[in-house]
Design a protein around this ligand. Structure first.
Ligand code: ARG
Ligand code: ZN
Length: 469
């Protein structure tokens, strides 16, 4: 969904008379511009995503050769125009584009920083569906952000690639509307040298096919997915599949050096996914899983159906965190990055709930330990507005989780847990905002909670202590 496209900077742009004549009559107040905006309207990431259309589906045919580090691909993007379009952008970082077609006809294109600007041969009318195919190749360059994100996107490794894209690294390997507010379904056909495994989201469709020393893996994610959750992780992997106690298919893969963690990862992933479905509501996707690669990223990412652990064997608490994200982040996806506490606060709170469930300490004790430190820098950082230059700051995780605990204490377990299930149910596969969560919490509890959320999410100081023991 591209609701944010209303903020497109080209809105109300002055159109030269000659151009205006070519534009169909418009309803009063509607934009006369037929140029899709270069950004989708996220105030903190103005260049991310694009305006003027909604992607429905990505069909990605890719081959990767670890020896030359060369990626070659053809991406077909099925989209629906949200305005009349004579040109529109896709996000693409590096790589060389050889050909672009729109509905099968040649289109001209240009590159400008991380924007691929496309001019179809004829205008696309508002509301119409269209398919754009981009043929491209090159050595992908990951994103580097020395401030706090480190390296992300398509990262080549000795035997393949480690692909984790949050927040905006999908554009390092496929042309996309690279912003979480435009979710779509995905088909992947990934070809790698024989002996390697290619892992993407969703489930495999058919068995891998080997021809002339190269194997093609087909994967399909049939539920809407944000671009930052897409992956094409490749390399030498040990793979195991299974079924959880509740009957959910599980796919796990580990790099050779983590072969000792394969069984554990399978068992824990099944157990934790099943448990979360009793707490958060039905599991939203058709399989669960996990990947341990030997690239030492130092972090994990909740890739849809396939969380990835970068160079470490995860403790159950980390698996619990990444699997909680399947509900909070993946099924319910933020509309703009400043609301990131809706992902990280919830996933961190899930770690506390996991500890509670396994008898390793209560959420209340985790809350109290953090609250006791009056000098913690998180008190100066209101987590309700995650900062572009410190997106994954500790406040977003810990103070975000504390916000949920303060809410739980205020409304009681008998309202808190039904609220969480109502939240995942109301917005399954959709996009969400903090305001929507506050409104639902007030509706379900019957309480005015504006003061609580304001103090915990939006004030640059430590809130008053919780009432009671
Ligand atoms: N969402 C991930 C997690 O909490 C963190 C991703 C960090 N991304 C990065 N580029 N450093 O598990
Ligand atoms: Zn997280």
């Amino acid at each position: 969904v591209g609701a944010a496209t209303a903020c497109a900077p080209s809105e109300g742009a002055v159109v030269a008379p000659s151009q205006a004549a070519a534009v169909a009559p418009v309803t009063p107040g509607a934009s006369k511009s037929t140029t899709g905006a270069p950004g989708i309207g996220d105030p903190d990431f103005p260049d991310d995503g694009n305006g003027g259309y909604d992607v429905q589906h990505y069909d990605l045919r890719l081959s990767y050769d670890p020896a030359s580090r060369k990626l070659a691909g053809s991406a077909t993007i099925e989209a629906k125009a949200a305005q009349d379009l004579t040109s529109f952008d896709l996000d693409l970082h590096g790589l060389t584009v050889s050909r672009v077609t729109v509905d099968g006809g040649a289109a001209s294109f240009d590159r400008s920083k991380d924007e691929l600007v496309i001019e179809p041969g004829k205008r696309i009318s508002n509301g119409h569906r269209f398919a754009v195919t981009v043929d491209y190749a090159g050595v992908p360059e990951p994103m580097h952000d020395s401030a706090n994100l480190g390296e992300y996107g398509f990262i080549s490794t000795a035997d393949g690639a480690f692909v984790t894209c949050e927040p905006n690294g999908a554009k390092t390997w496929f042309p996309s509307n690279d912003h979480p507010s435009d979710k779509a379904t995905y088909d992947f056909r990934i070809t790698v040298p024989e002996g390697l495994t290619a892992i993407a989201n969703g489930e495999m469709t058919g068995t891998p096919q080997t021809k002339a020393g190269r194997t093609t893996f087909a994967w399909r994610e049939k539920h809407p997915m944000a671009s930052y959750l897409a992956t094409m992780t490749t390399g030498k992997f040990q793979v195991r599949t299974g079924t959880s106690d509740k009957g959910l298919p599980i796919y796990v893969a580990v790099a050779d050096s983590f072969r000792g963690s394969l069984d554990q990862l399978l068992t824990q992933t099944g157990k934790i996914t099943d448990y979360w479905s009793t707490v958060f509501g039905p599991y939203p996707f058709s399989s669960t899983g996990g990947v341990i690669d030997d690239y030492a990223a130092g972090y994990a990412l909740e890739n849809q159906t396939k969380p990835i652990y970068g160079g470490f064997s995860p403790e159950p608490a980390i698996i619990a965190h990444e699997l909680a994200h399947q509900w909070f982040g993946d099924s319910l996806t933020i509309t703009r990055w400043r609301d990131l506490w809706l992902n990280e606060g919830f996933a961190t709170y899930a770690e506390w709930l996991w500890a509670e469930h396994t008898g390793q300490g209560t959420a209340d004790s985790a809350f109290k330990r953090l609250y006791a430190n009056a000098a913690d820098p998180m008190w100066a950082y209101p987590p309700g507005a995650a900062r572009a230059d410190d997106l994954f700051g500790a406040a977003v995780y810990n103070r975000g989780a504390m916000t949920l605990h303060a809410l739980r204490r205020e409304i009681g377990d008998d309202k808190f847990f039904p609220l969480i299930r109502a939240w995942t149910d109301a917005h399954r596969y959709g996009n969400v905002t903090t305001q929507e969560f506050i409104a639902l919490a007030e509706r379900i509890s019957g309480k005015n909670l504006k003061g609580l959320f304001d103090a915990w999410l939006f004030q640059p100081r430590r809130p008053a202590p919780l009432a009671g023991p």
